[in-house]
Design a protein around this ligand. Structure first.
Ligand code: OAD
Ligand code: ZN
Length: 357
């Protein structure tokens, strides 16, 4: 089956006149709702990108097997965003799928240092562990030789023990509550997005999580509460399988390990993304950083970070909000008119914490 969906009459005219493309079903109208329905229902599809020239079309059409659905959307009217006010207006009026990428910067207001900020970043403060190079703390080969530095760090960082979500995490939760959030892709292992209440279905912990743990030798899954207990008490959790002397590691993705397979779903998500929001990351680590480059060139990319990073700034559709990210998020929230809602969310979080204590 081939299917054409477009909200643009000119795209429709052009595609109709393009003889290779046979489209028995044409849907017009509310693009995002039709796309979302299709996305849920179809396992294979290909997507016609908004800016496709006819040279790309034949490539797209080649992909049209009998089971593929071709989606042609048009975002050609995307306004140029420049300021935080423009971004807020776009989110309020146009966006239902905000894709978010975050890194260690968003946890600094919670008191957790990031990795690469000179002086305060974790990689400048690992002398006590005597590592051959800073990244060794997250290197699987080094871990197999000496797991102690990682477990010492994990003892401090264990989610829900020493640190709590801050305004950025609550803002992401609010995006979800307001039905604007497509997904949060996080590189962080502090679990603060989960703690802020972003549901599993909207969260991709690309560099893994403490929520599960497994043996580094036999792969056996272990009870995460027991592993947590061992880590907090300063012990190294060992495998419980008979005859296995492996160390148990929380399922954090180390250098040299694969990302969770569902990470790669971003290739599908990006076709439905209205706006990409990148907060608090140096975009130095791939494949995570590749998401930013993969979104369509017509999709606005908004960076909230101390300084410009990655390829941000190279596209006319990019917006860069430099400076302290907590302040930028506050002004975005203000422009969105969400201040009261954010306060209410923070209150709910605090009272939930008090009840659980
Ligand atoms: P980095 O430390 O590389 O980058 C954090 C970014 O946030 C930097 O660009 C900082 O300038 C910015 N930043 C920090 N605090 C800020 C603030 N208050 N306001 C504005 N900007 C601020 O952290 P990541 O990009 O997350 O891997 O690092 C990626 C990966 O490298 C991590 O996931 C980790 C590490 O090796 C693993 O854990 C496997
Ligand atoms: Zn084992």
């Amino acid at each position: 089956m081939s299917l054409l969906i477009t909200s643009s009459r000119s795209v429709l005219r052009q595609v109709k006149s393009y003889s290779v493309f046979q489209c028995p079903a044409i849907h017009e109208g509310n693009l995002s709702s039709v796309l979302r329905t299709l996305y849920r229902q179809s396992s294979t599809f290909c997507v016609g990108l908004p800016c496709c020239r006819s040279s790309c079309w034949s490539w797209q059409c080649d992909l049209q097997s009998s089971r593929h659905i071709g989606l042609w959307s048009s975002h050609q009217n995307t306004p140029t965003l420049k300021t935080v006010t423009d971004v807020a207006k776009f989110i309020k009026e146009r966006a239902t799928n905000v894709l978010v990428m975050v890194g260690a910067g968003i946890s600094t207001p919670s008191g957790i240092p990031d990795f690469r900020t000179p002086g305060t970043g974790l990689y400048d403060n690992l002398q006590k562990y005597n590592l051959p190079y800073p990244e060794a703390i997250f290197d699987i080969h080094f871990f197999m030789m000496d797991p102690r530095p990682f477990f010492a760090l994990a003892q401090d960082l264990y989610p829900g023990v020493n640190y709590k979500p801050n305004v950025v995490h609550h803002f992401l939760r609010l995006l979800y509550e307001e039905e604007k959030l497509q997904m949060v892709y996080t590189q962080n292992i502090d679990g603060l997005e989960r703690l802020a209440g972003i549901p599993d279905t909207k969260l991709m912990e690309a560099h893994g999580t403490f929520a599960t743990a497994s043996c580094t030798l036999c792969g056996k899954m272990h009870n995460s509460n027991k592993v947590k207990q061992a880590i907090i008490e300063g012990d190294i959790p060992m495998c419980e399988a008979t005859n296995c002397k492996g160390k148990v590691k929380p399922d954090i993705v180390f250098f040299g390990e694969n990302l969770p397979p569902s990470f790669w779903d971003y290739h599908q998500h990006i076709h439905f993304t209205d706006l990409l929001l990148i907060i608090g990351t140096s975009l130095e680590v791939y494949p995570f950083a590749g998401i930013a480059d993969a979104v369509g060139t017509q999709t606005p990319r908004v960076l909230i970070n101390l300084n410009a990073v990655g390829s941000l700034g190279r596209r006319t559709t990019d917006v860069i909000l430099t400076g302290d990210l907590e302040e930028s998020v506050h002004s975005l929230v203000r422009e969105l008119g969400w201040e009261e809602k954010l306060k209410a969310l923070e209150k709910v979080y605090e009272s939930k914490q008090i009840n659980e204590e």
